[in-house]
Every structure is written in structure tokens, then in C-alpha cells.
Design a protein around this ligand. Structure first.
Ligand SMILES: Nc1ncnc2c1ncn2[C@@H]1O[C@H](COP(=O)(O)OP(=O)(O)OP(=O)(O)O)[C@@H](O)[C@H]1O
Length: 318
């Protein structure tokens, strides 16, 4: 049984003309690092909100760890940790108080009126998490005095305090600096290793999707494709060879003699692109006598594949 199972999920907001999510199905296995990749308005936040029991679906089935998100919402909530896109902190409280209320709400510890009176296990965990994202200094200050980035870090700590089986991250690194982004990812990865945490991530950052086990591209409320990032690149785009020479004509006629298809700009003054064909790069080079000035192999990036997926599924949502 997959950790997350979504079948024919539809969500139509009241008064909306068309559904925001139009029959989405996918599965995430236990321990998997999964990315939901899509442009603005594609339906990512809507889907993640339904999966985490904060929004009602119109139809379809969703289970988390085998529990139905509507009929067994309480069990689902115990299993999940969520980092929202919109901060959901109480600005009047201190950072630590925000964490304490959350931990007590989850039934992890009994509430005590001060940090010092909380059990040592709680104190140790809070300090450890605060160090990871670097907010130790601000821990006991009111949240309203923290910068946006610091508040984001606090949200992250709060969602990790009960070591959830499934961690939902809605654009988790939005607004974080590069160093914090990296340390957060290091922490999430170590948590996955230690506890086998399943991670469901929505992101705009292609480099974050590059490191996942499985990526599903969503566009216009529909899944455009699900696969590993490598398969996604391979299925849509192929390697290409970029060649150039002072004697361009000599080069192109040699390529034609080898039976190779090639592309060149209309003015014939740019490099020559040879898309991946039956011959290997070594065979092509061995077959050329013209002196080359440029020899480059272009590997398709996940970004290229993503753009191609969006193009095939009606372009990005404006
Ligand atoms: N509360 C709402 N009421 C009506 N329509 C909504 C509501 N929330 C979102 N929508 C619409 O549903 C569609 C999907 O929005 P959603 O927020 O799920 O997209 P997203 O992929 O998360 O985008 P982003 O990357 O910008 O967060 C959009 O057309 C949006 O305008």
C-alpha cells in the first residue's frame, strides 16, 4: 500500500467555472522523496491542502498511510507534518511558544507555562532544530520582530517537531537564503535516512526537483506526466552535439556524407547542432576530417524537459 494514494481527485471551488484539480491520480511510496512540479495556478496548493485535510475535495479518493483523508482525518493529521506556503504563526507569541503550542496540540508533551518547565526531551529537540536552521538567538523573541526568512525557518522547525511519517512541504525554501536552503535539505535528508520519512514537495525550483525519486508535473489541474527526473529527461529530450569549424561548409558536407541530420541557423553563421542519432559521438568525431573549433555535448536538463511537458499540455498557466 503506497503512503499517499490519490485517485481521480477533483476539486471545484464554489462559484469557479472550471475545477482547479481535474481528475488527478498518483501514488507516493513509503520513504519516497516526491515532487509536485508546476507553474503558478496549476493546482499544487489545492492538492496539498486536500491531502493534509485542510480543504474538502469535490470527488475522488485520497488515503495517507491507508487512512481516508475525510473519514479518518484525525489519524491522517497525526501522520503528517506540513510546511505551508503562507506563514501560519501566531505573531504575538515568541518563536519557542509557537513551537510549544504546536507540540502540545499534537499530544507530544503536556503543556507547561514556560520553556524551562517543559521536559528535557522537548528542550533538547527545540534547541537542536533551532541550531539547524540558525534561529537560536531569536527563539525567545516575539515572532513579529523576526524577518520573513526567520519566520519561515520557525515554521519549518514547528512542522518537524513531532517527526511526522509524511512531510508535506509547500514550496519550503521560498524566501530562504542559499545557506539555509542547503542546511534544510541536509536535515530533511538525514531525517529521511533515520526515520524513513516520506516527503511530498511542491516546488518551482527545478534543482530541487532534480534530486527527487519521482516527479509529477501538474499543469491546468491535470497531471502531465510522472516519472523519475532521469526518465523524464530521456523520454522527452535527447542528447545533442554542438559542432563548429572555420570551414563550416566542409563540416556540413561531411556530416551529410555520414548520413547525419543536422540543424543550422538560416544565416549559416552559428554552430551546427547534431541531434542524437544512430551514431555515437566517437563514431561521428572519427568520421570528420574538418578541423573543429567547437565540440560540445548538450545534455538535456530537467528544466528543458519540464518546459517541454508544459508546452505539450497547453502551455503554462498565465
Ligand atoms: N479559494 C479559492 N477559491 C477559488 N479559486 C481558487 C481558490 N484557491 C485557488 N483557486 C484557483 O485554483 C487554481 C489552482 O490554484 P492553486 O493555488 O492550487 O495553484 P498552485 O499550483 O498552488 O499555484 P502557486 O504556485 O501559484 O501557488 C487557480 O486557478 C486559482 O486561482
Amino acid at each position: 500500500m503506497p503512503m499517499i494514494l490519490v485517485e481521480e481527485l477533483i476539486k471545484k471551488y464554489d462559484k469557479a467555472k472550471t475545477p482547479a484539480v481535474k481528475g488527478v491520480s498518483f501514488a507516493v511510496e513509503e520513504g519516497e522523496l516526491f515532487a509536485f512540479l508546476g507553474p503558478n495556478g496549476a493546482g499544487k496548493t489545492t492538492t496539498i491542502s486536500i491531502l493534509t485535510t485542510t480543504l474538502a475535495k469535490t470527488s475522488g479518493t485520497v488515503t495517507i498511510a491507508g487512512y481516508d483523508v475525510e473519514k479518518e482525518a484525525k489519524q491522517v493529521r497525526e501522520k503528517v507534518g506540513i510546511i505551508f506556503q503562507q506563514p501560519s504563526l501566531d505573531l504575538q507569541l515568541s518563536a519557542e511558544e509557537n513551537i510549544r503550542f504546536h507540540a502540545c496540540l499534537y499530544g507530544m508533551f503536556s503543556y507547561r507555562p514556560t520553556f524551562r518547565l517543559m521536559p528535557s526531551e522537548y528542550r533538547k529537540r527545540v534547541l537542536e532544530l533551532a541550531e539547524i536552521v540558525g534561529i537560536q538567538e531569536a527563539l525567545f523573541k516575539p515572532v513579529k520582530k523576526m524577518s520573513g526568512g526567520m519566520q519561515r525557518k520557525l515554521e519549518i522547525i514547528r512542522s518537524l517537531i513531532h517527526t511526522p511519517a509524511v512531510l508535506f512541504l509547500d514550496e519550503p525554501t521560498q524566501g530562504l537564503d542559499a545557506v539555509s536552503r542547503r542546511s534544510l535539505w541536509e536535515y530533511i535528508n538525514s531525517m529521511r535516512q533515520e526515520h524513513g520519512t516520506t516527503v511530498f514537495l511542491t516546488t518551482h525550483y527545478i534543482d530541487e526537483a532534480e534530486q527527487v525519486d519521482k516527479v509529477c508535473v501538474i499543469n491546468h489541474g491535470r497531471i502531465a506526466g510522472c516519472s523519475s527526473p532521469e526518465e523524464m529527461k530521456r523520454s522527452l529530450l535527447r542528447q545533442e552535439l554542438i559542432l563548429d569549424a572555420e570551414d563550416r561548409e566542409g563540416l556540413t558536407s561531411e556530416l551529410a556524407d555520414l548520413g547525419l541530420f543536422y540543424q543550422q541557423d538560416e544565416q549559416k553563421n552559428g554552430p551546427i547542432v547534431v541531434p542524437d542519432q544512430d551514431m555515437t559521438v566517437q563514431e561521428i568525431i572519427a568520421g570528420l576530417k574538418t578541423k573543429l573549433t567547437v565540440l560540445k555535448i548538450n545534455e538535456p536538463s530537467l528544466e528543458d524537459a519540464y518546459v517541454e511537458y508544459l508546452r505539450k499540455t497547453g502551455g503554462a498557466v498565465a
